[in-house]
Ligand binder design. Structure first.
Ligand code: UT7
Length: 353
């Protein structure tokens, strides 16, 4: 079973392929990609001045050298809108041609309205449906899955904007060295298009999504929701910040991403050696290496965790946009993307570029 939160301003019928099985060929392509990376860089040297840590510890344990930090007045929807504009330009279409906007985020501008609705206004899209989807770091792949289901359903959305956007630093306790070195801010966006041509080969080869609520406590923000509404006490106790059981999360990440990748390869009958690029969630270089080793494809892994840290649901999107814009992805290439996150959630998707 898959679990996630959908935050929509207006309820509308949602048809989701819960099993994420590929149905009949519908000809949906990734038509454009975009990213937005905030200007300000926070290096490991900078962090050494803030907490008891070292560049050596951070690089050895995580592979992260620097991360980008959004400006104080820069919101998740600001970043999402900039990434969306880049994706629209890359796709060669205008915002009014979009039929649906899905934003994956754990750092929405507000509890409501949805960040997707704010993006709609900022990019000048029409009155299309908009909602946020929350599956933590697995959110972007969950959103791809949802978008595919909605486009292939009787609703038949033609062009969908899928965005992963996070201001993770808004959840970071800058006095907690075990978490503050890990995260960064960014957004990535995709235009998916069903061109109506039965000859068009689908981008979606196979997908696997899952969750295990038994592990909900190992990565969470304790306060701010209905379980612990915000108060002076919760703020004083820093309960509105992200808390993580690092080693357990590490272990579950390796396990769940490896299993999800294997499931996708098996479902689609794909030999792992036919994969052109493996694009794992960029949380920790050691997690990525462990998964790549188990799958037997270390040389195919795309890495940028050194430059951005963990940007949650933006992370795989940034990788795909970098690959696309640098010409490292050719039509027909097979991309194996995989992620895990709070929930715990996990997801993998095999994409035909
Ligand atoms: O998208 C999902 C989000 N989460 C993740 O992907 C994170 C998964 N977990 C990890 O990446 C790793 O567990 C961490 C990088 C968070 C931690 O690495 P670790 O090798 O599991 O270290 P640890 O938590 O077992 O801590 C080892 C030591 C501890 O000191 P003692 O108790 O051995 O004296 C920590 O206090 O390292 C210490 N430590 C640090 N030292 C210097 C923890 N953070 C730091 C730090 N600088 N920033």
């Amino acid at each position: 079973m898959i679990c996630y939160l959908i935050n929509a301003d207006v309820y509308f019928p949602v048809y989701i392929f819960l099993s994420a099985q590929k149905g009949e060929i519908v000809g949906i392509r990734i038509k454009g990609t975009g990213r937005y990376i905030p200007e300000k860089i926070l290096s490991n040297d900078d962090l050494e001045k803030m907490v008891d840590t070292s560049d050596e510890w951070i690089v050895t344990r995580t592979g992260i050298k620097e991360r980008h930090i959004a400006a104080d007045d820069e919101t998740t929807s600001d970043m999402a809108a900039k990434a969306a504009k880049a994706a629209l330009e890359n796709a060669g279409i205008t915002a009014d041609m979009i039929d649906l906007i899905i934003v994956s985020t754990v750092t929405p501008d507000h509890a409501f309205p949805s960040t997707a609705a704010l993006v709609q206004k900022k990019i000048g899209a029409g009155k299309c449906p908009c909602f946020d989807q929350e599956a933590a770091c697995s959110g972007l792949l969950y959103a791809f899955n949802t978008a595919y289901g909605l486009m292939a359903s009787p609703l038949a959305y033609k062009r969908v904007l899928v965005i992963g956007a996070e201001k993770m630093t808004s959840l970071v306790d800058w006095t907690d060295r075990s978490t503050c070195v890990l995260f960064g801010d960014a957004a990535a966006a995709f235009v998916l298009e069903n061109d109506g041509n039965p000859e068009t080969e689908d981008y979606y080869v196979a997908g696997e999504v899952g969750a295990d609520g038994e592990w909900a406590d190992i990565l969470r923000v304790p306060a701010g929701g209905t379980a612990m509404p915000p108060s002076h006490e919760t703020v004083d106790a820093k309960l509105h910040y992200l808390k993580m059981g690092g080693p357990k999360t590490f272990h579950m990440a390796v396990l769940s991403m490896t299993n999800a990748c294997r499931a996708v390869l098996e479902k689609s009958g794909t030999d792992v050696q036919d994969v052109t690029w493996a694009v794992p969630h960029q949380a920790n270089r050691r997690i990525i290496d462990a998964v790549a080793e188990r799958l037997g494809i270390p040389e195919k892994v795309y890495l940028n965790v050194d430059r951005y840290g963990n940007t949650s649901s933006a992370s795989i999107g940034i990788c795909l946009d970098e690959l696309n814009r640098s010409g490292k992805l050719k039509r027909g290439d097979l991309v194996l993307a995989a992620s895990f996150g709070a929930g715990l959630t996990w997801a993998a998707m095999l994409i035909r570029w």
